[in-house]
Design a protein around this ligand. Structure first.
Ligand SMILES: [Zn+2]
Length: 302
């Protein structure tokens, strides 16, 4: 009987887990790419990109993924590159696909940076929707913990010999507060959900106008590698795809309002056939049309 149980457990343990493989995208930055789809039992919430910055002595983790077990598996993969301590964790924004691995890194002694908006929305003891979507085996051990240090403005710091710039958006872009990390020496921008490629974004907690403004800010920066929150591209593809979608939302919503078309008719009839090949259109697009219409209903161009 005991032998049978041992055999069963060893077979099951092989089928669990996230199959995570880091891709080096610049001198010191490694990327884990998630699927461009909604979180599900099948993908375990691995539908987000997370990043590791390797200095000469330690790691900085930018976004920790959808669960404790995801974070642990990412660490296992990174140990094969170098077994270094994890000094800092940075959460780019409050959406729970980006930071539910925090408590894994806290156990290892990392200091966690994030936004006040995230702490307000997810205090210790609150519930994250992600954990009700994915399998129990994947969500096991995940706990919501406190952020140690709030990022409230732009600042720079040097970790070991690697300089990092924190860029803080104090106006709504993807969420009420978003953070990007820029590595000036390798011109790499870890943009969080300021940038997506291959799939559309969600406007639910953000703003079309804020999104366009953030893209203007990104375009003024000296960037070679664009590390997006979702989607595989690291060139300018994400910038273009975001701008095209935001501009289409803005122009169609403003035209509909000007023509006296009501919100329901707009949502039903707005022509976005040019975006039909983008992932997540089925899930997010109708909602985005509604948010865009509401935003521009009382909007005045400055
Ligand atoms: Zn995201």
């Amino acid at each position: 009987m005991f032998k049978k149980i041992v055999l069963f457990l060893s077979v099951v343990s092989i089928s669990f887990g996230y199959d995570l493989k880091p891709i080096q995208i610049s001198k010191s930055v490694y990327q884990f790419i998630g699927k461009t789809e909604a979180p599900s039992k099948a993908n375990g919430g691995n539908m987000v990109n997370t990043y590791w910055i390797k200095t000469d002595k330690s790691y900085i983790v930018v976004d920790t993924g959808p669960s404790y077990n995801y974070a642990k598996d990412a660490h296992k993969a990174m140990k094969k590159i170098a077994d270094l301590p994890i000094k800092y964790v940075i959460n780019t924004h409050m959406h729970d696909d980006h930071w539910l691995g925090n408590n894994y890194f806290k156990e290892l002694g990392a200091t966690i940076y994030g936004t006040k908006a995230q702490a307000k929305k997810f205090p210790v003891g609150s519930e994250a929707h992600m954990l009700s979507v994915i399998k129990k085996e994947d969500s096991a051990n995940t706990k919501i913990i406190n952020i140690d240090t709030f990022v409230e403005k732009d600042f720079s710091m040097k970790v070991d010999n690697t300089p990092l710039d924190f860029i803080h958006f104090d106006y709504a872009v993807h969420t009420p507060e978003d953070i990007m990390i820029y590595l000036p020496e390798e011109k790499t921008l870890i943009a969080g959900d300021i940038l997506f490629s291959q799939r559309i974004t969600s406007i639910r907690d953000g703003s079309v106008e804020g999104g366009l403004k953030s893209l203007d800010a990104v375009e003024k920066m000296d960037v070679k590698v664009y590390a997006a929150g979702h989607g595989k591209f690291t060139d300018k593809t994400a910038l273009q795809q975001m701008r095209d979608y935001f501009m289409a939302l803005k122009t169609t919503a403003r035209k509909a309002i000007e023509d006296g078309i009501d919100i329901n008719t707009y949502v039903k009839t707005a022509d976005f056939s040019a975006f039909k090949d983008m992932a997540m259109m089925e899930v997010l697009h109708k909602g985005n049309l509604g948010f865009a219409y509401s935003e521009y209903e009382f909007f005045e161009e400055k």
